[in-house]
Design a protein around this ligand. Structure first.
Ligand code: CA2
Length: 144
């Protein structure tokens, strides 16, 4: 059966491509979804693309992925730096987890240098722009 990869996006990423293109590029989240979904076909994978502005929303999407998905690609956005709840939820997931950041969080403010989610991630991609999602898919395909 075709394996599913859940791609989760945290707060404000629904505005991707509409504001701050110098930081996050000019592609919208819908553009990224098309790019990653097309790439997934090459690996015989399916992608479920989701976004929430709420911490509990992300937690519930991770719980749902426990039943449906072989892997999770997650850009937790600001919750990377604050959320033990998202980390705890990811710790209940048995599949592969790749964390993505569009910008290089290590070259930005100090409060962005630590991510709680990285403690669970099998891999972390930062600073490769929205291409990071495709890079994450290529890697997760080797893990699932
Ligand atoms: O670089 C990333 O992908 C981040 O996860 C993006 C988060 C930020 O809090 C993290 O430190 C790094 C912010 C997402 C905000 O998304 C926007 C998109 C377009 C316009 C404005 C905000």
């Amino acid at each position: 059966m075709t394996k599913l990869i859940t791609v989760l996006n945290g707060p404000n990423l629904n505005l991707l491509g509409q504001r701050e293109p110098e930081k996050y590029g000019s592609k919208t989240l819908a553009d990224v979804e098309v790019e990653v979904s097309e790439l997934a076909l090459e690996f015989g994978l399916k992608v479920l693309f989701q976004q929430s502005n709420f911490e509990g929303g992300l937690v519930e999407m991770i719980h749902a992925a426990r039943e449906t998905s072989a892997g999770i690609i997650i850009n937790p956005a600001a919750y990377s730096h604050t959320s033990v709840a998202v980390l705890d939820a990811l710790n209940t997931f048995d599949g592969a987890v790749i964390e993505v950041h569009i910008s290089n969080i290590h070259r930005r403010e100090e409060f962005r240098h630590h991510s709680f989610v990285s403690a669970r991630a099998d891999g972390v991609i930062a600073g490769c722009g929205t291409q990071g999602y495709s890079l994450a898919l290529r890697h997760i395909a080797t893990l699932v």
